[in-house]
Each structure stands twice: as C-alpha cells, then as structure tokens.
Design a protein around this ligand. Structure first.
Ligand code: EPS
Length: 455
C-alpha cells in the first residue's frame, strides 16, 4: 500500500492518491466523513474549525460504494479558500505582496523551511507544514480502518494527558479487557469454538456479515466446555467489538476524548487556563489495536519492523515529539523480570500472555496481544503570547505573536494517530495476507489464524 497527499492549508483543497487497496472493500463516504468530523472536534480548537466542514469526495477508484482495485483519489475542500483565492492563486495574478510572512515562529517549520527552499515569504512553507494536511491522512486512514475492520482488527484512540492533567496510571485502564481474557467467555468459564459442519467459514446458520461472506474469526459461536451452552460471543482472541464500540461512544462524548471523567475535566480546565494566559498546550494520546494476528511485521530487516514503522508514522504527525510502545520509557527503569510478559498456552487458543508490558510488539512483530502505543505532542508553536524571534528579511529582532490559533489540538492529533496507525497496520496486513480482492485477503488471514491457533 502507498499514498501521497498534496494541498496547502489555504489552497482550494487537500488531495490524496491511495494505491494497493484490495478490490471489493466497502467504502462508505459517511464513515470517512465521520472520521473527518472527529478530527475537527475536541476542546481547545481555534477559529479555523468554525470555517471548515471537512467532507470527502472520491474522484477515482470507488464505484457503488466498493473499491475497484484501481488507485483511489480523494479530495477535501478548504472552505477558507474563499478568503484566500487572490493570495493563494496558482496563476501569475496571485497577490504575493499580501499576507507576507517574514517573521518565523519559534517551534514552527517557518525558518528551517525558508532556509531549505529559499523562500522570502514563509507562507510558502507554513501552507504545507500546517496540520491542516492531517485531514487528508485521516481520510486515507479511514480507508485503512475499513480494511482492518474487515480483517477483524479494531483501532481505538484516546487522550491520556493534556499539560499537567493526566489519566491516573496506577489503576488498570478500562480498555485493558477488550479482548476476551484467557479462554473464558463473559461468564468466566472456558469456551471452545463450535464451527459449522462445513468447517471454517460456516457460521452454523447465522446470517453472514455484510459483504456476503462468513468470516470464521468474526462470526463463529462458542460452547462453554463446562455448561455446554452455546452463545454468539466474540471468538477467542478476537476483539469484543460491542465493548470497543461502547468505549468509542464514551470517548466521543468527552470533549477531550478521555475515558476518565475526572481527568477529562481537569484537562479542560488546563486548556481554559492556557487560553486565558495566551499560551498553548500539548499532551499524550494512546492508540490501542485489538485483534491483530501475531507475526504481523517482521524481525528480518530494519525497515520491516512493525514497531519502527508505527513509531515513524506517529512521529510524522505534526508536533509529535515522542512515541512509546507498551511500558515504553518506564521499562528502562525496571529489571527484566518485571518487564517481559510470561507465555501461556491453551489448546484452541494457542499462545497468550496475562500481562502486556510489551504493548503487543516483540522483535518488530505483533505478538497477538493488543497493540498499545502512545505519542507525545508538544504545545502548538503558534502562540498569542509573544516569543522572541528575528525577521527573515530585516534581521530585526521582534516578539512573534499571532491572531488565530488552536490552544490545544491533542484530541485532534489522537484521531490522526488512529489514522496513521491504521494505515501502517493495513499495509503490514496487505504484505502478509496480500491479495487483489478483499475475499482473497480474508481467506489468507483465516487460514493463518487457524494455523496459529492450532500450534
Ligand atoms: C495550523 C494553524 C491553524 C489551524 C490549522 C493548523 O490554521 P489557520 O492558520 O488557518 O488558523 O486551524 O489546522 C487546520 C486548519 C486543521 O484542519 O487542522 C498550523 O499552523 O499548523
């Protein structure tokens, strides 16, 4: 899979070309638009988000709601373009003498970009370095997320810190239990998989999921080994989609996308304080991924290691300054006996862990436990409070300040984080289970899961 984006913050539109998605992937415009709307939300955003109403338009690669296997081209219009047409025009008539930016903001791409590209007007840098570009990546990530969902993989992001306010880390996260633990069902009793008479793919009379095909790792039933009861709960090791959706709703209802109500309120107070002080705030978001097959990624070559690819993807988001996997930096302060996750085995389920300090990654590969990665975002460098800088042309010192900015964009960055993580995982799935059609990919995955579980 590969994609590129183009588009300036105040240009006519953002655009992306996505190549390598399998044919037959359901692509609902509404779903992509929901993700775009989520990115526009969150407490602490500035005036620009009152102007934009991000909506995707597919220009190629999708027909009748399904991908065709050809490159997908998509576009998101900038409504603010109406106010910038003359200045941002591609024609020779562009008013290059207006809204000139010669005063670099500390912490922004302005100065290094101007030096690199030889610009005297730093608008030519900031228009592209702007986090506006992430709208295109969220649309692309939404396509990747649809592919993952078809493969039984669910991605969930939430904010764990804004400034000094953080979710307490001395209590277990409610998001820890979203894969069915051990071999137990909701009643805690061990369960075994009941396949239909025709083996994998036969759901035993249950309706097939959308797309018309039964998926063995998404639609089987269980029989409790003890009571003999059969129930349609999520399969072993697979995400409990109902519980994940429940937490998605809770996170969406929080203005700062936080699962912990008291911490969420403290985060909002932090943002209020920063706004009053003319300051900005960063924070930390966490992305969890449930249902990943073990062995995704690789240990054999540096650029195929999944941890490196995920960290690179997260670090590529504007203003991200650090990434942790699982225990992350905390692991460096502990002895190995308190870090590594012991290995257990149950017939039918295969190998599993009871702790997840590794965050679901070992040796550059998924290990079958939920993926847990966090990214730290620096405070936005566009401040109302002036910081010292030097004019690019006159070399005169001045105090940089601006008229319009977000105070905090950590909740928005969290949605972008989900998108880039979904993209890397979808790319890794395409490499391991690759096929030209969705059905082919799912067949390959189904065979692999059966093999892994039987080991
Ligand atoms: C941004 C500055 C602000 C943000 C923008 C990112 O834009 P403007 O300069 O037009 O007020 O609103 O974010 C978006 C437009 C967006 O869609 O997220 C920056 O300097 O990076």
């Amino acid at each position: 899979l590969r994609f590129l984006t183009a588009g300036e913050s105040h240009g006519p539109a953002l655009t992306a070309i996505v190549e390598g998605l399998p044919a037959g992937l359901p692509v609902a415009v509404d779903y992509v638009n929901q993700q775009l709307a989520r990115r526009q939300g969150g407490y602490g955003r500035g005036g620009r988000m009152q102007i934009e109403r991000d909506r995707v338009r597919f220009l190629a690669g999708v027909r009748g709601g399904l991908t065709m296997g050809s490159p997908v081209a998509l576009q998101i219009e900038n409504r603010d373009w109406a106010n910038w047409q003359e200045i941002m025009s591609a024609g020779e008539d562009a008013r290059l003498d207006q809204r000139l930016v010669t005063r670099p903001r500390p912490g922004h791409a302005d100065l290094p970009g101007a030096l690199k590209y030889g610009h005297r007007d730093m608008r030519n840098v900031l228009e592209r370095s702007s986090a506006r570009e992430t709208a295109a990546r969220v649309a692309v990530g939404a396509l990747a997320g649809r592919l993952l969902a078809e493969l039984g993989v669910e991605v969930l992001g939430h904010v764990v810190r804004i400034g000094a306010a953080a979710v307490p880390d001395d209590i277990p996260s409610p998001l820890d239990g979203l894969t069915l633990p051990d071999a137990g069902g909701p009643d805690g009793k061990p369960r075994e998989i009941v396949a239909g008479e025709n083996g994998p793919g036969d759901t035993g009379g249950k309706p097939a999921p959308p797309g018309g095909e039964a998926l063995v790792c998404g639609a089987v039933e269980y029989r409790s080994a003890q009571s003999g009861d059969v129930s349609p709960v999520a399969p072993l090791d697979q995400p409990d989609t109902a519980a994940i959706n429940h937490w998605r709703e809770i996170i969406a209802a929080s203005p700062v996308f936080c699962v912990h109500p008291a911490a969420g309120e403290a985060m909002m107070r932090e943002i209020d304080r920063a706004r009053e002080a003319g300051d900005s705030l960063g924070g930390v978001f966490e992305i969890r991924v449930y249902g990943l097959p073990p062995g995704l990624g690789s240990c054999v070559q540096w650029d195929r290691r999944l941890d490196g690819r995920l960290a690179g993807a997260l670090m590529s988001i504007q203003a991200i300054k650090g990434v942790e996997v699982g225990l992350g930096f905390t692991a460096a302060a502990r002895p190995g006996s308190q870090v590594h996750d012991e290995i257990f085995h149950t017939p039918g389920r295969g190998f599993y862990r009871r702790t997840n300090n590794a965050g679901g990654l070992e040796g550059g590969m998924a290990n079958g436990e939920p993926l847990v990665v966090r990214a730290a975002m620096k405070p936005i460098p566009t401040l109302y409070k002036p910081l010292r800088s030097v004019d690019l042309i006159t070399k005169e010192p001045f105090a940089a300040s601006v008229e319009r900015s977000d105070v905090c964009a950590v909740p928005a960055a969290c949605v972008v984080g989900e998108a880039v993580v979904a993209w890397e995982l979808a790319a890794a799935c395409a490499e391991k289970f690759g096929g030209d059609t969705l059905a082919e990919m799912r067949d390959n995955l189904r065979r692999y899961w059966a093999e892994v579980r039987s080991r």
